[in-house]
Ligand binder design. Structure first.
Ligand code: IDP
Ligand code: CA
Length: 493
């Protein structure tokens, strides 16, 4: 599936180094399943996934599952810019778990990858030397383990979007399926679009027949002998945490950086003081940074006015400039959304909160809009009563729900007809949906470009059927012969 025997990606040079593209190294003659490990170094935190699959079926589809996972304690690796070695140390707890989760005799044959996303893309913009130092530090830690370490790198936004799409469709067996005889079937099902809402960026990826007017958004893939034209775009600074920072910046700007500022997206009864430096420490807010002293403190007072909140959140998007026939926002080309979608990470967390804590179903865009307004109008005390365990995130659900509403409807143009086609879900079966599995499938060459050849299990099935047919025919002949014999005997008497 890769260039240089990797994926066929139109217009994109594939950033995979030689050792990463090696086919899977199997652990000698050891029996049992194979394993692979991916560290998803996100902006807000790092998660480790241990995958498992039957060793003799690696080119099948849907056979890889999540064996175990581990949440790294502390923030994402990009937060260790002042102490890069600590980024490496932070991973040790989970890597020690991996030593136990993967059988010892499989350690050496288990590929291990670390992929970093938008948090590190931002750090790389802010200070490439520091981001390199962080990557080197995590790589040094990973090399100390007995696994087959194949590299630590920053994924591009397109890779992040595309691999999320691959993961979802692989797990749902939308690419290819095995029939009951073991033969390969091209399912009639359409592929599922993928929407990822992380801490620092958000991605939308879907198959389309429409012309993709901007080549940067076009991915041509050949998987299991089938060609796919996929649209993908990653919006940097549109992840949940960066959106909240950008919103704070807009509010401070609107009220001329006074010492006390109203926050229409925070609930009534919730106030907080913060340092200006915590708002302007990111490339996403850099341009709006005031010339005021950086260590000035401002106090924000929650006013919980949903409509005003929506007005400020909508200022985060630019809906005016578009040099294509149609744009989502910020001048980014997007064809009409088509088919079903799966929306994971913070899309899921947000809609799950609305459904389970606020007790409101989300089917139509208006449900999401009304629910967001209700969240905004709920006081801090009421919110705390409803979900005391979520205290840390509670003040921001109003802003984030409003953002998700505006992003999906005004941004991506989902309407009453297409919005119900979005499933807000974080798992398919027992496996988490995100870019990590697709990334591993790609780098281990587990999704072939061509349809796999006649499989030995099919031969096996044919033999079983032939033997069964033989037994049935023999038995039928025998029974017929006995009946005929008895009949002829009785007719003689
Ligand atoms: O259980 C949750 N409820 C609400 N928000 C969450 C939960 N877990 C993580 N988040 C937030 O959702 C956003 C996306 O999380 P994710 O882990 O996908 O981001 P990342 O990959 O950029 O680190 C982050 O802002 C994170 O803080
Ligand atoms: Ca992520």
């Amino acid at each position: 599936m890769l260039l240089q025997s990797c994926w066929t990606l139109t217009g994109q040079e594939w950033l995979c180094t030689e050792p990463q593209c090696l086919p899977l190294v199997r652990a000698g003659t050891a029996r049992g399943p194979s394993y692979g490990i991916v560290l998803d170094a996100g902006s807000s935190h790092t998660a480790m996934f241990v995958y498992k699959w039957p060793a003799d079926k690696e080119n099948d589809t849907g056979v890889v599952s999540e064996h175990s996972m581990c949440d790294v304690e502390g923030p994402g690796i990009s937060s260790y810019s002042l102490n890069p070695p600590a980024a490496g140390t932070s991973l040790e707890h989970c890597l020690n778990q991996a030593l136990r989760d993967v059988p010892k005799e499989k350690h050496a044959g288990t590929p291990l990858y670390l992929g970093a996303t938008a948090g590190m893309r931002l750090l790389n913009i802010a200070d490439p030397h520091v981001s390199d130092a962080v990557l080197r530090a995590v790589a040094a830690t990973l090399k100390m383990y007995p696994f087959d370490f194949r590299g630590a790198k920053i994924l591009s936004g397109e890779e992040e979007g595309l691999f999320g799409w691959v993961t979802a469709n692989y797990l749902l067996e939308n690419f290819i399926k095995r029939g009951w005889l073991g033969e390969w079937i091209q399912p009639q099902k359409k592929t599922l679009g993928a929407m990822d809402f992380g801490g620092a960026s958000t991605q939308i990826t879907f198959e389309t027949r429409d012309m993709i007017e901007d080549p940067r958004n076009k991915m041509m893939l050949k998987l299991y002998g089938q060609a796919y034209q996929v649209y993908t775009h990653s919006f940097l600074c549109y992840g949940r945490d960066q959106v909240l920072k950008r919103l704070l910046s807009k509010l401070l700007q609107a009220e001329s950086y006074q010492a006390t500022v109203s926050h229409p997206c925070w609930p009534v009864g919730y106030n907080k003081s913060l340092l200006l430096s915590s708002v302007y420490d990111s490339p996403c807010t850099e341009k709006e940074r005031p010339s005021l002293a950086f260590n000035t403190t401002v106090t924000l007072v929650g006013t919980g006015i949903g409509k005003l909140c929506a007005l400020h959140v909508s200022k985060l998007f630019d809906f005016t400039n578009c040099s294509f026939s149609h744009c989502s926002f910020d001048g980014v080309f997007q064809p009409k959304v088509s088919g079903n979608f799966i929306a994971f990470s913070a899309f899921f967390y947000t809609v799950d909160f609305i459904q389970t804590v606020m007790g409101r179903p989300v089917h139509l865009p208006s449900d999401l809009k009304d629910a967001a307004e209700t969240v905004c109008a709920t006081s801090w005390n009421e919110l705390l009563q409803k979900a005391p365990k979520l205290e840390k995130r509670l003040p921001d659900y109003c802003a984030v729900s409003t953002f998700v509403y505006l992003l999906t409807t005004k941004g991506y143009s989902f309407n009453n007809h297409s919005f119900p086609n979005i499933a807000f879900q974080k798992k398919a079966g027992e496996t988490s949906i995100g870019w990590a599995l697709g990334y591993m499938l790609n780098l281990t060459n587990m999704i072939p470009a061509e349809k796999p050849s006649f499989h030995k299990s099919m031969l096996y099935n044919c033999w079983v059927i032939l033997i069964l047919l033989f037994v049935v025919t023999t038995l039928t002949s025998l029974v017929t012969a006995i009946c005929l014999f008895r009949y002829s005997k009785s007719s003689i008497i």
